[in-house]
Ligand binder design. Structure first.
Ligand SMILES: Nc1ncnc2c1ncn2[C@@H]1O[C@H](COP(=O)(O)OP(=O)(O)OP(=O)(O)O)[C@@H](O)[C@H]1O
Length: 269
């Protein structure tokens, strides 16, 4: 990772607790509907941040705004020290290459094999030979816990869990700094979900990734997240599980103290 890319606008080098994502005063509107209103968020380098909130509170939209796929009405978003608004195209592409995204349904190209899917970002962002790209794809597929023969399969031939792992392999293709996950365990059975959580945790530790994970899965929150960001009242409250358990806000209290929250904590302990 080039140190220069990590310089913030004030020229200071970040420390271990430095934010790789910094959101300030974010306002999101769709017509008359206000989704976010003055939202602030720091995501620290090397943490797994779980993002939760009721349906329609704007979790997926926030993820897309950080990735530059949706433009907010107001506010500032810094990704790896760069203000994402009005970035020159070359810098936008460089920044994009430092992030990996696993969308909810895997978002694989159905007409390509798993290996070809994993090679897409390599072809877009590098000049690697076809042989080297294929070798990197093979490594990423193995890292994601898929058997070697999965590379030659088409998405339609895979189980739901395998599709997620193939999407993960593609998200890791370019050795990103930050991994974005949108509902990674949705649709998986509890055992498959727990295995996927552990895979994320292991990869995060071994690769030094920062993980931004939108989830409804209380087990994921209790087992692998360092901190949890809760979207309530059009803003975000970030804290550890213990801190949220003490928060009297009605939605946060019901969410973490409800039967499913208690069951997830019980399973973890
Ligand atoms: N492109 C769009 N145009 C208009 N409204 C949108 C658009 N994208 C999202 N919205 C609205 O913004 C709100 C937040 O959507 P978002 O998908 O981020 O919710 P979410 O918190 O991820 O919900 P869920 O947990 O149900 O997936 C919703 O009310 C949604 O209808």
């Amino acid at each position: 990772m080039a140190a220069d890319n990590d310089k913030r606008f004030d020229g200071k080098q970040p420390d271990a607790q430095d934010a790789v994502i910094r959101v300030r005063g974010l306002v999101t509107r769709f017509g008359p509907q206000v989704v976010h209103d003055g939202l602030d968020l720091d995501v620290r380098r090397g943490e797994v941040l779980g993002v939760v909130g009721g349906s329609g509170t704007g979790k997926s939209v926030l993820l897309k705004e950080i990735l530059g796929l949706i433009r907010p009405a107001d506010g500032r978003i810094e990704l790896l020290g760069r203000d994402t608004a009005d970035l020159p195209e070359a810098e936008r592409v460089t920044l994009q290459a430092r992030t990996g995204v696993l969308f909810q349904n895997g978002a694989l190209f159905s007409s390509m094999t798993v290996a070809e899917n994993v090679m897409v970002p390599l072809k877009e962002h590098t000049d690697l030979s076809a042989a080297l790209a294929a070798e990197i794809a093979r490594v990423k597929i193995a890292m994601s816990g898929l058997p070697p023969n999965a590379g030659a399969k088409f998405p339609a031939e895979l189980s739901g869990g395998m599709v997620k792992r193939a999407g993960l392999a593609r998200a890791l293709a370019l050795d990103p700094d930050i991994l974005f996950l949108d509902e990674p365990t949705a649709g998986l059975d509890p055992i498959g979900a727990a295995a996927f959580d552990q895979l994320i945790r292991n990869l995060q530790r071994s690769l030094g990734l920062t993980v931004f994970m939108v989830t409804h899965d209380l087990d994921s929150l209790t087992s692998i997240c360092d901190r949890i960001a809760v979207l309530v009242d059009k803003k975000i409250r970030v804290g550890t599980l213990e801190q949220h358990l003490r928060d009297p806000h009605p939605w946060i209290h019901d969410y973490f103290h409800g039967p499913r929250g208690r069951a997830a904590r019980h399973a973890e302990s």
